[in-house]
Design a protein around this ligand. Structure first.
Ligand SMILES: [Fe+2]
Ligand SMILES: [Fe+2]
Length: 383
């Protein structure tokens, strides 16, 4: 244990507590590793004095310490992310068709795209994730595979994982549902809810995917396990093996969190898309029963409580679109007002949300809504 000043905190240190335990300087336990420079602001208030760090701390292997974010503006990164996304969806078509025709697939061909996702996320944390939800490029199965690949990288970056691991997460995301290419098309693309029998057929896709991937030379075992186990749930109610808690790898949990998020926020023939903010609050509720709480919490931090592109009703009764991420205060993202309180379109204009949500007149976000219900095209407003 060692005393340090806040300004001396650096990546690789582990903060145990701050304060002396006096009324003037109360004792606050922190227990957080500083992995990237922003962690200081995240875990230690600016006025904290008398910090104590644990000198014996060594960051876990696989965790990259101290990478500085580049932070290209969202508007600048969106067009690049969109181009990459289009290419990636065509790639997903390609390998799914290959499987249907009985041709072999090679996971390594996805690497240039996955590296592209990682570069994009390193330039700007929100752009690639926003594109996943703003563009309705294609049929669900293809865009979903790519969305899960991108969102797994976004979440992995937030967890402080290094590039090699992010690459594996991207690959696992892209191929997690490859087994669906072996599902009968009339079940896969059924324009309605599946009945019991059809559902039982669909539940075979993780094992089919495992069979398709397992003989590829050099395929990392974490990826293979994620393909097989991405529908397992912490409480044992998942499939195919009914694994519980610790039996599910952390790597697999990252994939299952982003998989559920993308599925619920996607529009299907038989259901509307749920607003991203609503899905995140549901998943927060399920964080113990279904997922790893720590993974869910970091996913919410990565996307913001109201992810970019969220359509929201403000406390003034007016409507707006979330156009960015506020790392310091996730409840106060940048918002553009787009409809007045009667739902009539207005010239989009930035509004300022109040510092503290809602004592009195301050402007704040009240709820997340589905933009389709209000005839709002979010993609035009964000990009
Ligand atoms: Fe799946
Ligand atoms: Fe999936």
């Amino acid at each position: 244990m060692k005393r340090v000043k806040r300004r001396d905190l650096a990546p690789g240190m582990y903060v145990v507590r701050y304060g002396l335990g006096t009324p003037d300087d109360p004792f606050v336990s922190v227990e957080r590793a500083i992995l990237v420079p922003e962690d200081v602001a995240l875990h230690v208030p600016a006025d904290a004095r008398n910090l104590v760090i644990d000198e014996s701390f060594r960051p876990p292997t696989g965790v990259l310490v101290g990478r500085l974010p580049v932070d290209v503006p969202l508007e600048e990164e969106l067009p690049q992310a969109e181009r990459l996304y289009g290419e990636a969806v065509s790639y997903a078509h390609g390998f799914m068709d290959d499987v249907r025709r009985g041709r072999p697939i090679d996971y390594r061909t996805s690497l240039p795209l996955v590296d592209g996702f990682i570069d994009s996320v390193f330039r700007n944390r929100s752009a690639a994730a926003a594109i996943c939800k703003l563009k309705h490029f294609d049929e669900y199965t293809y865009s979903h595979s790519i969305n899960v690949g991108i969102l797994a990288v976004v979440l992995g970056e937030r967890l402080g994982l290094e590039r090699d691991v992010l690459r594996l997460l991207g690959i696992a995301g892209v191929f997690h549902d490859v087994g669906k290419a072996r599902m009968p098309l009339e079940v896969l693309n059924k324009p309605g809810k599946l009945d019991e029998k059809e559902f039982a057929i669909m539940r075979r896709h993780p094992r089919e995917g495992f069979e398709l991937m397992k003989d590829q030379e050099g395929l990392p075992p974490q990826v293979l396990r994620a393909v097989l186990s991405h529908h397992e749930r912490s409480d044992g109610n998942g499939y195919p093996d009914g694994l519980k808690g610790g039996q599910i790898s952390r790597f697999t949990r990252v994939i299952s969190v982003v998989d559920v998020y993308d599925a619920l926020t996607s529009r299907r023939v038989y259901k509307d898309a749920m607003p991203p903010g609503k899905v995140l609050s549901l998943m927060y509720r399920w964080r113990l029963s279904d997922f790893s709480a720590q993974v869910v919490e970091n996913f919410i931090k990565a996307l913001g409580v109201y992810p970019v592109g969220s359509f929201v009703r403000l406390s003034s009764g007016e409507y707006g679109v979330v156009v960015g991420l506020n790392q310091d205060n996730p409840l106060r993202p940048p918002v553009k007002k787009v409809l007045d309180s009667d739902g009539r379109p207005v010239e989009p204009v930035s509004v300022t949300l109040s510092e503290v949500p809602d004592p009195g007149d301050g402007l704040s976000i009240r709820e997340c809504l589905n933009p389709d219900d209000y005839g709002v095209d979010v993609s035009r407003l964000v990009a």
